[in-house]
Write a protein that binds this ligand. Structure first.
Ligand code: ADP
Length: 547
């Protein structure tokens, strides 16, 4: 017997309709590429997203055709999020930090039809347009009078001229909630990039989950600052979750330095911010150097790579900002776990609470997870046993776009498919996940594993260290030994021996790195994470002392 409830598909357009009807005057504030501040409301987003949908219909785009963006976090990008997906097309957000060859490759692979770009990416468009035969229109996200005339890019129009004259009424179509809504390519450290293809259903379920109190706890009282880019995993779903609760959104545009982000937080009374550790490093650096305090910011979600304990401390103890350590990945839309305490933890001493907060957190309802050994056997949740982390759930990929890379899932005894995350982790008795490492970054020393994350976390707690990266290097006896690459803070000093001494008592003796290499900079990838592959390449002539 079927239930007798209404069969209404979960569609992205419904989020916008809700935000318009119930929170129409909540603000969307954007720092524009031009540097000025633009402000309008959810009602304006809805009206202009309908104009975008009309403009797309005028292009004779088919259902599920791809419309790409190369854009910062801003209001026009938000209109495309809703106009493209809402009208049944697929929004393909491209990471502008990728190499032009990669951008051309993924635009071709996705068969993008239209590409919308911020003017800061015009040189990139000029470099790739001739190699993107499927793209029939290039839309510069600017006013008509700012459209560059001699760009050499054919079929180029300004966004405002393209959509601005369209009618503001449009009936959002109804369709199967499993239809594709947006796509995001993973950085592809090995092989070709692969795309996660999100659906309306997966996006809405993820948006609901993100708002839960033990996840991001979003509400109509929040002013949300997504520093995490809209070109990477839909800014962790915040453009959707903010609509679902009617929150104000504050978009930082291209200005991601500590000073600009701090000023925006203060002037727009931001309560909630989300980003990767490298961005928060800049923000904290600015706040510390200028002796500033946050007056409205209460929570920050930090994820994408391990959040150093020193950063959690600084936010919580010095600034009174709650850190929500999060773990996820492109293939998971991206949220998997978030770290909040349970009722039984509330009476624990601060230090014990902080120890919990340093883990990546508990699974969100909708995400199943387990850790397995090399033979696929489930390992105990004791906080000690570590193994390969597998996940499944309605917002986890089952395969990549166009079947790239084959079937990624691993079947269990019940023939249920689990997605292998490529992470190595422990899970404790309370269900808190702790990422030990990426499986390819873990250092295998004499049959024992050393977590590069642990080694890095200790180093960045040293006052002279701005950034640290731990990699394994060949050792004739132990196979691999850890070394730590350090970037010093400006005008700070620390020697090799002082730093190695700093490790004493903080980790097992055999896990202490064998050497310290000082560098001016550590290579950072397109999503703000340390590029270990590139770093290893830079260190290829390095030999351990005495090895
Ligand atoms: P995203 O950049 O959104 O996190 P990616 O797919 O680029 O998504 O990267 C996912 C990987 O990033 C994870 O598999 C994991 O290795 C790493 N990662 C994400 N969050 C954390 C975290 N809080 N701690 C440690 N590693 C993390």
């Amino acid at each position: 017997m079927l239930g007798l409830m209404q069969d209404q598909p979960l569609l992205i357009s419904s989020l916008l309709e809700f935000a318009e009807s119930h929170h129409g005057d909540a603000e969307i504030v954007s720092r524009r590429v031009e540097g000025d501040i633009h402000r309008y409301t959810w009602a304006d987003v809805a009206s202009r997203a309908r104009q975008v949908a009309n403009a797309l219909d005028g292009e004779d785009l088919l259902f599920s055709d791809r419309v790409a963006t190369l854009a910062w976090n801003g209001y026009r990008h938000l209109e495309l999020y809703y106009g493209v997906s809402g009208s049944g097309r697929v929004l393909h957000t491209i990471n502008p930090r990728l190499h032009p060859d990669q951008i051309a490759w993924i635009a071709n692979h996705a068969e993008d039809q239209i590409l919308c770009f911020d003017l800061s990416f015009l040189p990139l468009v000029q470099a790739v347009h001739a190699r993107c035969p499927t793209i029939r229109k290039w839309v510069a996200l600017c006013d008509a009078d700012r459209l560059p005339l001699d760009s050499g890019v054919p079929h180029l129009v300004s966004y405002e001229a393209w959509m601005g004259t369209q009618p503001t009424d449009y009936a959002w179509p109804g369709f199967d909630e499993n239809s594709a809504s947006s796509m995001c390519y993973t950085s592809g450290t090995t092989g070709n990039p692969k795309a996660a293809l999100y659906s309306h259903r997966s996006t809405l379920l993820h948006a609901y989950a993100a708002c839960l109190p033990d996840v991001m706890c979003l509400s109509a009282r929040d002013a949300v600052l997504p520093v995490v880019p809209m070109f990477h995993v839909n800014a962790w779903g915040l453009p959707y979750s903010a609509a679902l609760v009617g929150a104000k959104i504050v978009f930082p545009g291209p200005a991601l330095d500590g000073k600009s982000v701090f000023e925006l937080i203060e002037s727009e009374k931001v309560t909630f911010a989300a980003g990767v550790p490298t961005v928060w490093q800049m923000l904290l650096g600015h706040a510390q150097a200028n002796d500033l305090k946050f007056s409205t910011l209460t929570r920050t979600v930090i994820g994408g790579s391990a959040c150093p304990p020193a950063m959690i401390h600084a936010f919580q103890e010095k600034y009174g900002v709650e850190v929500l350590h999060a773990w996820g990945m492109t293939e998971m839309s991206p949220l998997g776990t978030l770290c909040t305490l349970k009722n039984k933890h509330l009476d624990l001493p601060l230090e014990a609470q902080t120890a919990i907060r340093m883990k990546q957190g508990r699974a969100i309802f909708g995400v199943d997870m387990k850790i397995v050994d090399g033979n696929g056997n489930a390992l105990p949740w004791d906080g000690k046993a570590y193994g390969d982390l597998l996940v499944k759930g309605p917002w986890v990929v089952k395969e990549y776009f166009k079947g790239e890379g084959g079937d990624p899932l691993i079947l269990d005894a019940q023939q249920r498919g689990w997605f292998p995350t490529g992470d190595v982790a422990t899970i404790d008795a309370d269900g808190y996940l702790q990422i030990t490492d990426r499986s390819k970054d873990v250092i295998k020393s004499g049959g024992e594993w050393i977590s590069s994350i642990d080694i890095e976390n200790i180093a960045v707690a040293h006052p002279a260290v701005a950034m640290a990266a731990c990699v394994g290097v060949f050792h004739p006896k132990w196979d691999e030994r850890p070394i730590v690459v350090i970037v010093k803070k400006p005008n700070a000093e620390v020697t090799r021996d002082e730093l190695l001494q700093f490790y004493e008592g903080k980790t097992a003796k055999w896990q202490i790195p064998d050497d310290v290499v000082f560098m001016d900079a550590i290579p950072i990838g397109a999503t703000g994470k340390i590029l270990k592959t590139k770093l290893r390449e830079q260190l290829k002539d390095y030999r351990l002392p005495g090895a």
